[in-house]
Design a protein around this ligand. Structure first.
Ligand code: GLN
Length: 487
């Protein structure tokens, strides 16, 4: 039975094909494992027990049919930012604690149509604001590699669940690094697709010009498989791109002949963790061995990325979060004499500290007299950052960089120092500003046995190239076979 847990989506699909196990068996065993392991990690904040049975029966019916997808009967965990019909969707906030959406997000509907089983909702930083999953109203999630450290964030619940074999794959969202950074800190694969590649209908908005949903899996193949299932144009999301979705899984090939990988000087900064630097440098050597040509590139505007991001993301958040006012849905404070008081009390009691900080920052940056100095200027700098990448891609097919400057850090160590926390995303944020796809894959371990991730960055809509390179590297190194010691 334990064999199941180390398995990838592809492995389980193969077992189904051979008739060696059934969705019912897999789900039952998985639920037992979750019950056993989750209390220590707090990766799931809700298990979808009521709805699981029906999904399992559907999957079992679908499995026999010829066109059944490899995702059929596979339990998938979902960040609690995606709306799930009839199941609480909270964004890990008190303000949405009792919100039960009347519809499924497009990505959820697509997974269900493929026969995947939505097993439960995972913990996250409140409204996806954070890099450690500590700002959740439901308490922090822990990293299975070292439970006194954070799993990263904001999709830390999804990362922890996949790393601890409580799910075969998961969905996350990435506004400034929230898929890639927790993937790196938990030793799994995290893919942020190109902006517009995956529908955001039913994905609760944080910063709409940056938000993108994506996949968190144990292997690159599984990432390609999940992406195939969730990508594509959606008439319900006006920002989704009308582009064909390639059969990513069948395009994966070993070796890296004919590919040129750029390494940006600005991503190897002073103060970066020594073990991270070592692991990424050795990954560069492996890429060379696999046939890639390595070239030095420069992305000079990188240094402005964090500042630009916090102005733009907070500004957009202040506007997006205006809808939580106690009138339409979610929490309403009961102690108010009039409407204005009700708004104030609801928002004061319903939002946590970090969310309030972002709303205030954003409101300030957008206010009359400051708009052009902050928001306007940040917009211009964003363009320069995007141009940096466009220039670099004239010299290379993809870019290799660390995902996070440090491995998992201790719980509580950055919570009172927002700037320190914000710098966790220094290498991931530039991609969101430029709308580019990026994948984080395991590339080694620190001396303390904490995973290190590296990032492969592609041109817009060129997920194929980064998935390929990631797959070639993964097959060569097989880091994914190493597991955290959690029972
Ligand atoms: N850590 C970044 C932030 O706090 C990014 C979060 C995200 O990608 N959702 O905003």
């Amino acid at each position: 039975m334990m064999k199941l847990f180390g398995s990838s989506i592809k492995d389980i699909a193969e077992l189904y094909r051979k008739g060696e196990t059934t969705p019912r068996q897999v789900v039952d065993e998985l639920l037992q494992r979750i019950e056993h392991v989750n209390p220590a990690l707090n990766a799931f904040i809700r298990l979808d027990k009521e709805h699981i049975d029906e999904q399992v029966s559907n999957a079992e019916k679908m499995l026999g049919s010829k066109q059944s997808s490899q995702l059929c009967g596979i339990p998938i965990a979902v960040k609690d930012i995606f709306t799930t019909k009839g199941i609480n969707t909270t964004c890990a906030s008190k303000i949405l604690e009792n919100f039960i959406p009347p519809y499924d997000a497009t990505v959820i509907a697509k997974l269900k149509a493929a026969g995947a089983i939505i097993i439960g909702k995972t913990n996250m930083d409140e409204f996806a604001m954070g890099s450690s999953t500590e700002t959740s109203y439901f308490g922090p999630t822990r990293n299975p590699w070292a439970p006194d450290t954070v799993p990263g964030g904001s999709s830390g619940g999804s990362a922890s669940a996949v790393a601890a074999d409580m799910a075969f794959g998961a969905l996350g969202t990435d506004t400034g690094g929230s898929i890639r950074q927790p993937a790196a800190l938990c030793g799994i694969v995290g893919l942020k697709p190109t902006y517009g590649r995956v529908s955001r209908y039913g994905m609760i908005a944080f910063a709409s010009s940056l938000d993108q949903g994506g996949t968190m899996t144990k292997t690159v193949y599984d990432s390609a498989l999940l992406l195939e299932a969730i990508a594509g144009f959606d008439p319900k999301d006006s920002t989704s791109a009308d582009r064909p979705v390639e059969p990513f899984t069948t395009l994966l090939s070993p070796g890296l002949k004919n590919s040129t990988i750029g390494v940006p000087a600005e991503y190897f900064i002073e103060g970066m963790d020594r073990d991270v630097q070592k692991a990424v440098n050795s990954a560069i050597e492996t890429m060379k061995r696999l046939g890639a040509k390595i070239v030095d590139i420069s992305l000079p505007y990188t240094k402005y990325a964090v500042a630009v991001y916090y102005i733009l993301a907070s500004s957009e958040a202040s506007s997006n979060l205006a809808r939580y006012d106690g009138v339409r849905y979610g929490y309403r404070s009961g102690q108010s004499a009039n409407l204005m008081e009700m708004y104030k009390h609801t928002r004061a009691q319903g939002f946590g500290r970090e969310v309030k900080r972002r709303i205030m920052l954003g409101t300030f940056a957008l206010s009359a007299g400051y708009y052009s100095a902050f928001y306007g200027k940040a917009q211009k700098a964003r363009r320069l950052i995007a141009d940096d990448f466009a220039g670099a891609f004239k010299k290379c097919d993809l870019i290799l960089a660390p995902t996070s400057p440090t491995p998992a850090f201790k719980l509580g160590s950055k919570l009172d120092d927002p700037l320190k926390m914000y710098l966790s995303d220094i290498f991931t944020i530039p991609l969101n500003l430029a709308g580019l796809p990026g994948i984080s894959i395991p590339c080694g371990f620190t001396d303390n046995n904490l995973p290190v991730g590296m990032q492969l960055i592609g041109k817009q809509f060129d997920e194929k190239t980064i998935l390929n390179a990631a797959h070639a590297y993964e097959q060569e190194t097989q880091w994914y076979k190493k597991k955290p010691d959690i029972h």
